[in-house]
Structures are given as structure tokens and as C-alpha cells.
Design a protein around this ligand. Structure first.
Ligand SMILES: [Zn+2]
Ligand SMILES: [Zn+2]
Length: 360
């Protein structure tokens, strides 16, 4: 990695992304004094920091994950100045409360994206994720971007098409008297799917890890249809139910009570040939809370940034593509995971693993 320039607003330290002028970190992976947190996923919001700052809409989710921490919040677009650095959050469109962090000092503007998804190709233009505020492009000189799905092969289908497919799969299973078990990440993905489920097929049954987060989403003002724990649903109704469970429930005895069921995964990784088969599920739905290749490219272009720093995911291909366009692109080695990894832990609290490589 190139030596950080003296007046860089963000530099890489062993604890994480560091703002020297403001003496704080962004999503640090080691305990620090002051942590600015982009969102509540486990690899970005870690326990052990003395003070936290995050977007207000994510406060309840963050507290549900981290417990009683010292947490200050800011509304999107409401700046705070700390040691001469102006900090402002903007929606990242990733999960409830997810934020990009804009830093302004000495005439320079930097934005750290955290994880994000755009309302472009991935969501089919105006189609929005109803469970969080939409991604907002922010002009800056330097953009620090994630790159979880930074390869041209990643192109998300339209959200409405995908949700239609999920509902059709559920309807077909219900007709043949089989429960539909859908594995997806418990924080964000699950609620996004639940918000789009049809209301005329059967009960929506959720694993406890998902149901807890549903409650936090509702408390945060996000409307979701009724969801139930399995013990609250009559046995005869389970054959028409859809079951939303975290990936780690796949091999658990918890699933036995659903009898003969059809199963599926919802993840961006489902775009990789063979992933569904290797996971041994009946269906794969290519549904991601990250930007796809076109989403990454358009988000970067809209910032107007002349310098781009690429963090976790498929870093090298994106750096290469940006350099070919004459953008000053570089990589930061971070310790963020690929949380859509279908091997992520049940409650999403464990580190998410190493993404596509773990799938071969
Ligand atoms: Zn995330
Ligand atoms: Zn991430």
C-alpha cells in the first residue's frame, strides 16, 4: 500500500480506517476510543469501543446487536464538527440505518461508503427497498467504496421480478402441501424479503434470530406483515407456510418440524454457477443488499471523485477498471467480511467468513 499522504482525511491503521485530523475510526475491527459506525452488521459494528456515533435510524438495530454502549446518533444530513472535521451521514440503502460517512476538513471532502446498494440496475430504477432509506450519491474528492460484488458477472435481476419468483415458488409449494424454507441473512435481507411477501398464501414463520430483528425493525417504524414463531402456528398450517431462517439453520433439527419442505437461498452469491447445487437447496434467488457491478460503477461515477479507495470484496478487478478510466484508484486491506456469505452464523454475530472463495 502506498504511504498515506500527510493530509489524507482517512488512513489505514491496524485498528481500522482512521481519520487522523478527527482522531476517530470508521467501522474499526479492534477496540478504539471513538468509532463512527456505518451500519449494524457484525463485521462493521463490533463491540468494545468506548464511544459510538451512528445514524439515528439505525439506533435500535445497533443497540439490539451491541447492548448498552455509549452511542450518539445523527440524522441523515445533520452535520457535527469534531476537532475541525465535519461529519455527516447519508443513506447507503443497504439495511435499516446504514450510512455513508462524509468527512470535510481543510477544503477536502471524503466519503466512506460502508456497505451500500443503489436503486439503479439492482433495484430496477425506481424500485426501492421499503425497509431502509435509499442510497444517496454524495459528491466528494475521495470515495472509499466497498466492492463485495465487484465483478462484471454480478448483475442483479429486478427486485420486482425476484420477489415475484419467491412468491410463486411459495405458492407452488403451498399447493403441493409443502412448507417453503428460505434461508437469508437475518439482519436486513430477511426484513426486505418479508416486506415483499404475498399476503394470500399462508403464514410467515420466522426463526427466532429473524423474529427478534423483525421486532426491532417495527419499533424503528418499518412496516412488516405479521410474522410468527413456529410454536405459535398450528401444525396443520405449516404446510402452507413460508419459513424465513438464517443460513446456519440449514443443518439444524429445528427444521424437522416442517416435515417435507422445499428450500431456497436468497443471496447475491446465488449468481455464481453451482452455488445452489453445492448448498444442496432446491432454489437460489439472486437477491443482494450490495450494489452489483453496474451499481458500483454508477455510484462511484456519481460521486465525481478523482481518487477512489476500494475496500472489502472483489478489490483488484474494480481498482483495475477504475484505473483504466483514469481514476486514481487504490486498495485498502480491511477486515470486513462478506456478510452475504451463506455460511454466516445464525444470528449474524460471528464473522462472516471469506465470501465466494469459501464456495469454491
Ligand atoms: Zn453490511
Ligand atoms: Zn461490509
Amino acid at each position: 500500500m502506498a504511504e498515506a499522504l500527510q493530509d489524507d482525511l482517512v488512513a489505514l491503521r491496524k485498528e481500522g480506517l482512521f481519520c487522523p485530523a478527527g482522531d476517530f475510526f470508521i467501522d474499526p475491527w479492534q477496540p478504539v476510543e471513538r468509532a463512527v459506525i456505518t451500519h449494524a452488521h457484525a463485521d462493521h459494528a463490533r463491540p468494545g469501543h468506548a464511544r459510538y456515533l451512528a445514524a439515528a435510524s439505525g439506533e435500535k438495530v445497533l443497540r439490539a446487536r451491541l447492548g448498552q454502549v455509549t452511542l450518539d446518533t445523527l440524522d441523515y444530513g445533520e452535520p457535527i464538527t469534531h476537532r475541525g472535521v465535519r461529519i455527516t451521514f447519508f443513506p447507503a440503502g443497504h439495511v435499516l440505518g446504514s450510512a455513508q460517512v462524509r468527512l470535510e476538513a481543510s477544503g477536502a471532502t471524503w466519503v466512506a461508503s460502508g456497505d451500500y446498494k443503489t436503486a439503479g440496475a439492482g433495484l430496477g430504477g425506481r424500485e426501492q427497498d421499503p425497509t431502509c432509506a435509499p442510497f444517496e450519491p454524495v459528491r466528494c474528492d475521495v470515495f472509499i467504496t466497498e466492492s463485495t460484488f465487484g465483478l462484471p458477472i454480478y448483475r442483479w435481476p429486478r427486485q420486482s421480478v425476484l420477489m415475484g419468483e419467491i412468491n410463486q415458488w411459495w405458492r407452488d409449494n403451498a399447493r403441493s402441501g409443502r412448507a417453503s424454507v428460505l434461508f437469508c441473512y437475518a439482519l436486513g435481507k430477511a426484513q426486505r424479503v418479508i416486506a415483499a411477501l404475498a399476503q394470500d398464501i399462508g403464514a410467515i414463520v420466522c426463526h427466532g434470530a429473524v423474529q427478534n430483528l423483525n421486532a426491532v425493525y417495527r419499533e424503528s417504524g418499518i412496516a412488516l406483515p405479521d410474522t410468527h414463531l413456529v410454536q405459535d402456528v398450528a401444525a396443520r398450517d405449516l404446510a402452507r407456510a413460508i419459513v424465513i431462517a438464517p443460513p446456519s439453520a440449514q443443518a439444524s433439527t429445528w427444521l424437522k418440524r416442517f416435515g417435507e419442505y422445499s428450500d431456497a437461498f436468497a443471496s447475491g452469491w446465488m449468481q455464481l454457477r453451482g452455488t445452489r447445487r453445492r448448498r444442496g437447496v432446491d432454489r437460489g434467488f439472486v437477491l443482494s443488499d450490495h450494489a452489483d457491478w453496474d451499481g458500483l460503477r454508477s455510484a462511484i461515477a456519481e460521486t465525481g471523485a478523482r481518487r477512489v479507495i476500494v475496500t472489502h470484496g472483489q478489490v483488484a478487478p474494480l481498482v483495475r477498471a477504475l484505473r483504466e478510466e483514469g481514476i486514481d484508484a487504490q486498495a485498502f486491506e480491511t477486515e470486513f467480511g462478506n456478510e452475504e456469505d451463506i455460511d454466516a452464523a445464525a444470528d449474524g454475530k460471528a464473522d462472516a467468513g471469506d465470501g465466494p472463495t469459501s464456495l469454491g
